[in-house]
Design a protein around this ligand. Structure first.
Ligand code: NAP
Length: 315
């Protein structure tokens, strides 16, 4: 007989893993589909200081490893696959991945969000050749080099502080004259002697011969261009981009209700407009995108999925 899971969770970030822990504990036959390694964006964070109860110096990867272990302990199966389409028309829902097809009674979408690119000339060409979107992954490559961090939110400022442990100097380039980051994070950055700021400034172009060598910036107030060139001895410098995120919800376009930025609309119990389909974490419309809120969403969605299955499938 073909396998029909009670629940399939798409995406293995903290929201999806929490849903898995709750669903597994409720004895739902649960599969978690993740396209790479579990973790979501939090694995790109070195210091998780605001997740309640996290050990001092807890890293994103360590927190996620423990969540994976907990979900596995409750019997949640995991598969590495990339979902390419979903059919949500019937009571039994079908998910097509690159490796196989999966059927289930309910779905929790936990597809997260990906870093927003600047969309400027040279950005694609030099991604991985001086431009990075992940400090935990790439900051050690810039030990002793100059680094420019683009953005003014929590991510940019927190990651600039982390990168300053490696880089010779970090310059935060922000398009306004005030940071968006939480005050406590700002204070740490202002105190950090290795961190400088370029205010009211946007990046216009990145150039080089196979590696980042030059960045053209523009001061929005004066209209002046500023050119940053690699120090002769270094030959290059780093550019880390943290200007927000884009929800990864393309698969559900025209099927699931979303806002105009592509975030999935749910009610407070994580229900989407389709019965048996829930959304959690950074991919849904919400006021605060944090590990703690993703985990809470996951717990709620899993208990709602259990209720949905009881009401709709059990004789
Ligand atoms: P964010 O809060 O949306 O901030 C994005 C920053 O990039 C803003 O400063 C914005 O400038 C700037 N920006 C946006 N588009 C730009 C463009 N095209 N060119 C130049 N600059 C641009 O994004 P985030 O910092 O990644 O944070 C995302 C969410 O995660 C937030 O809810 C944040 O609170 C949360 N987060 C929390 C923590 C923590 O609590 N420890 C850590 C990381 C992230 P403006 O200020 O002018 O809009």
């Amino acid at each position: 007989m073909e396998k029909i899971y009670d629940l399939i969770i798409i995406g293995g970030g903290p929201g999806g893993l929490s849903a898995g822990i709750y669903a597994g504990r409720s004895r739902l036959d649960t599969l978690l589909i993740e396209k790479e390694r579990a973790g979501g964006q939090i694995v790109t964070t070195e210091d998780v200081e605001n997740y309640p109860g996290a050990m001092k110096d807890a890293t994103g990867p360590a927190l996620v490893d423990r969540m994976v272990e907990q979900a596995e302990g409750f019997g949640v199966k995991q598969v590495i696959d990339t979902v390419i389409s979903v059919n949500l028309d019937n009571k039994i829902k079908i998910i097509k991945g690159q490796k196989g097809e999966y059927k289930c009674k309910s779905i929790i979408i936990s597809s997260g969000a990906k870093p927003r690119p600047m969309g400027i000339s040279g950005e694609k060409e030099f991604a991985g050749k001086g431009i990075s979107y992940c400090a935990t992954c790439d900051a050690p490559f810039f030990e002793g080099f100059d680094v420019y961090v683009i953005g003014g939110g929590d991510s940019a400022v927190e990651e600039a502080i982390y990168i300053s442990k490696f880089a010779r100097k970090v310059t935060i380039v922000h398009r306004r004259d005030k940071l968006r980051a939480a005050k406590s994070i700002q204070e740490k950055a202002f105190k950090n002697e290795k961190i400088d700021f370029m205010w009211d400034t946007i990046v216009e172009e990145i150039k080089g011969e196979g590696i980042v060598e030059e960045m053209i910036l523009k001061n929005k107030k004066t209209g002046e261009n500023v050119v940053v060139r690699a120090n002769e001895e270094d030959g290059t410098f780093g550019i880390f981009v943290f200007i927000g995120y884009i929800p990864q919800t393309d698969l559900f376009k025209d099927v699931i209700n979303m806002d105009d930025r592509g975030y999935i609309i749910t009610d407070e119990n994580m229900h989407t407009n389709i019965d048996g389909v829930f959304a959690v974490g950074d991919c849904r419309v919400k006021s605060l995108r944090q590990v703690v809120t993703a985990c809470a969403d996951g717990a709620i969605a899993a208990t709602q999925a259990e209720k949905y299955i009881e009401d709709n499938f059990e004789e």
